[in-house]
Design a protein around this ligand. Structure first.
Ligand code: SF4
Length: 435
């Protein structure tokens, strides 16, 4: 009988897509994917290591799952992804329930490793880095839903001083352009009409002499899809050519996630972000001048080492003046092995928390105002699912990446529907279907 595996994913969209690649690799080797953890012989956790909280959470889940092991040691439990890459060896020594840990470049070896773990009851880690691996030939086994993620590059060369990604995902490398286009085309044929291109820094994509704008141009001409998005952009690499391509191609959604991190030039420099606030502001002006309707979201961090009250005020001013549609706000979390973890003047936890709360309050009020400004507009919604709160309502995403909810029949899932926006609550637009 085929052994069954279950995979739980934590963290970013890259992790979601990695889990789809792992699922494809295992399914190709005869393992069967199940959606119920209790039916699985193999339980995999694919987790993120960007913040300590994420690591703690997955360690808790492994320990909890270990309580279900039977006398045959089933289910066997494996840890994948950035946490496995960073501290897999250590966790294998310290957590009895964990059977193996496999880093981000070793997923092709998973089937053989799992067979060995099952037969010989051995425990192992595979965390060697391979700076050429892009899994370009693997067709992801996608999760259900109308949106597809397509990874265009892996790794990162930027070494922001607070970030572990370059250490756990290795150096930047891009996938073959034709393979990416083929994957998008197939995703569209399979019903995924909304495709998001993924990479830690998509703007530095390059394959031979093709850059990100070339990829966008070609991807936007693929007939099987209707919407194209991308994430994440780095302000130092976002070019005028990409902005012009976004503006000129109807299928490219008029929304962008552009992490600012701080409004203070001193802190941006200490973060090694390689741009200043004035450069960032210019990009925002260019984006809004090319696409007046564009939605802009960002990441902002508070409490980075050395952040004074006046540095923090620059960040508040940045949010106030730019008026992002939404900001993902974080408090700095020191990560072992990064430069910033050794910086002297670390900010006290209570100060970090206070600043975080102030930014959240500020952004919430801006987001609320921006959403209210949409009332009366017509928006096209790609319907994703029945609303979690009301079975007579549907939810989906607008072109500018906002969640919209409206009354409708579930047969509309997977289609594009025009709605008139009638209200806004928190981060959700409310609407009514129009002809
Ligand atoms: S650009 Fe900076 S924050 Fe983003 S993944 Fe690379 S090092 Fe980390």
């Amino acid at each position: 009988m085929n052994k069954k595996f279950f995979i739980r994913t934590y963290g970013c969209q890259m992790n979601v897509n990695d889990s789809e690649l792992v699922s494809a690799i295992l399914a190709d080797s005869g393992f069967e994917k199940v959606e119920n953890i209790e039916k699985a012989d193999i339980v995999l956790f694919n987790s993120c290591t960007v913040r300590q909280h994420a690591e703690d959470r997955v360690i808790g889940r492994i320990t909890q799952e270990g309580g279900r092991k039977d006398s045959d040691n089933l289910p066997v439990i494996g840890l994948l992804g950035c946490v496995a890459q960073r501290i897999g060896d250590k966790l294998l020594k310290n957590i009895d329930a964990l059977d193996f840990a496999v880093g981000t470049d070793q997923y092709r070896k998973l089937p053989a490793l799992i067979k060995e773990v099952l037969q010989k009851k051995k425990r192992a880690t595979l965390v060697e880095q391979d700076n050429k691996e892009v899994y370009g030939d693997i067709k992801p086994l996608r999760r259900q839903g109308p949106n597809a993620f397509v990874t265009i590059m892996r790794g990162c060369n930027n070494f922001c001083t607070y970030c572990v990604v370059p250490y756990v995902r290795g150096r930047e490398r891009s996938r073959e352009l034709d393979k990416i286009l083929e994957e998008i085309e197939i995703a569209g044929q399979n019903g995924f009409k909304d495709v998001t291109l993924l990479g830690q820094n998509v703007n530095s994509y390059h394959y031979k002499n093709q850059k990100f704008a070339d990829l966008l141009n070609k991807a936007a001409d693929i007939k099987t899809i209707k919407r194209l998005r991308f994430v994440t952009s780095h302000p130092k690499d976002l070019s005028c050519k990409v902005i012009d391509t976004m503006a000129s191609k109807k299928k490219i959604c008029k929304s962008i996630h552009l992490p600012l991190q701080s409004g203070s030039d001193k802190i941006l420099d200490k973060m090694n972000r390689k741009y200043d606030f004035s450069h960032y502001r210019k990009l925002i002006r260019k984006l809004r001048s090319a696409m007046p309707q564009i939605a802009i979201t960002t990441d902002v961090m508070v409490g980075f080492p050395g952040e004074t009250e006046s540095d923090f005020m620059y960040t508040q001013h940045a949010l106030d003046s730019i008026r992002f549609d939404y900001s993902f706000t974080f408090k700095y979390s020191p990560r072992k092995g990064t430069k910033a973890a050794n910086f002297k003047n670390q900010v006290e936890e209570d100060v970090r928390l206070q600043r975080l709360q102030k930014l959240i309050d500020l952004q919430n009020s801006i987001t609320h105002e921006k959403y209210k400004e949409k009332i009366g507009d017509v928006a096209t919604v790609y319907v994703e699912q029945v609303s979690k709160k009301d079975e007579n309502e549907l939810s989906g995403r607008t072109e500018d990446n906002k969640i919209a909810v409206f009354p409708g029949d579930k047969e509309l899932i997977g289609s594009f529907v025009n709605i008139k926006i009638t209200g806004a609550t928190g981060w959700t637009l409310l609407g009514k279907k129009i002809a």
